[in-house]
Design a protein around this ligand. Structure first.
Ligand code: 5GP
Ligand code: ZN
Length: 111
C-alpha cells in the first residue's frame, strides 16, 4: 500500500526515476542518489512501513527477505561483505520515513 507524498512510494511506483538494482513482488532495490560507498544500494519493501521497527513487528519474514537481498547485492559487488544500516528516527539521521536498508559495499569500509 503506498502512502501519499512518500518519496520512496513514488520511486516504487515509477513516478520518480531511479536506478534499479533488483526487484521482486515484495521489494525494490535502487542506487542511492548520494552514495556513501563505492556501492550504496537502498532496499525498500513495496508496502509502506515508517521504519524498521514497524516492519519487524508487522512482517518479520519481509525484514529477513531484505537481509537476503542485501546479501545477494554484496555477493555480486564485493565477495558477500557489506554494512547494513537502518536509520530509525529523525535524530538518528532518518530523512525518508519509508523503511529502507542502506547496503554499503563494493570496497573496504572505514570503521
Ligand atoms: P535516510 O537518511 O532516511 O536513512 O536515507 C535516505 C537516503 O535516500 C539518503 O541516503 C539519500 O541520499 C537517499 N535519497 C534521497 N532522495 C533520493 C532520491 O530521489 N533518489 C535516490 N535514489 N535516493 C535518494
Ligand atoms: Zn512509502
Amino acid at each position: 500500500m503506498s502512502q501519499d507524498n512518500c518519496l520512496f512510494c513514488g520511486i516504487i511506483a515509477g513516478d520518480i526515476p531511479s536506478e534499479k538494482v533488483y526487484e521482486d513482488d515484495a521489494v525494490y532495490a535502487f542506487k542511492d542518489i548520494n552514495p556513501k560507498a563505492k556501492v550504496h544500494v537502498l532496499i525498500v519493501p513495496k508496502r509502506h512501513y515508517a521504519n524498521v521497527a514497524a516492519l519487524a513487528k508487522e512482517d518479520a519474514s519481509l525484514l529477513a527477505h531484505i537481509v537476503e537481498v542485501a546479501q545477494s547485492v554484496a555477493d555480486d559487488a564485493f565477495h558477500g561483505e557489506y554494512r547494513l544500516v537502518f536509520n530509525t528516527g529523525k535524530d538518528a539521521g532518518q530523512t525518508v520515513f519509508h523503511v529502507h536498508a542502506h547496503v554499503l559495499t563494493g570496497e573496504v569500509l572505514d570503521e
